[in-house]
Design a protein around this ligand. Structure first.
Ligand SMILES: [Zn+2]
Length: 144
């Protein structure tokens, strides 16, 4: 993963901050309900508890997911789910850094466009395709 300069990275945190701040209480919620959180390579990873159960049971639009990126936060069902999806979710972090707090809207519009073409909102979404492609490449290169 490319490393940004200190100040550039702070600008990227700021650019995404509205989403990250909005989702920050999930860390406390997970912790108070039997899960946990930890900083990993500049991203707050949250797992388990109510948050993990919610992801496992399904969320709007996406259904059941192993993990989801919310700005500089990645929430997952468990630490194992976070580890297994780390490369994929870090691609979404980079997409957030590209689009800032507008990314959820951009992602949804891209999904709707894919759906209008007869595809799936998720599987044919170009942002998912990028994440799955890069994760597969990393796996092929034994870079996990
Ligand atoms: Zn994804």
């Amino acid at each position: 993963m490319k490393k940004n300069s200190f100040w550039w990275q702070w600008l990227l945190y700021l650019w995404v901050a509205p989403i990250t701040a909005l989702c920050l209480p999930l860390a406390l919620l997970a912790k108070l309900t039997g899960g946990g959180y930890n900083l990993h390579t500049g991203v707050l990873e949250i797992w388990g508890g109510w948050v993990g159960n919610r992801l496992n049971r399904g969320i709007p639009f996406l259904g059941s997911v192993n993990a989801i990126t919310l700005g500089h936060i990645v929430a997952g069902i468990s630490p194992e789910h976070l580890r297994n999806s780390r490369i994929h979710e870090r691609v979404h972090v980079a997409q957030f850094e590209r689009w800032g707090f507008l990314f959820p809207l951009v992602y949804l519009l891209a999904g709707i466009k894919a759906r209008q073409r007869g595809g799936s909102l998720y599987w044919d979404n170009p942002y998912e395709i990028e994440a799955y492609t890069k994760a597969a490449e990393a796996k092929d290169n034994h870079y996990t």
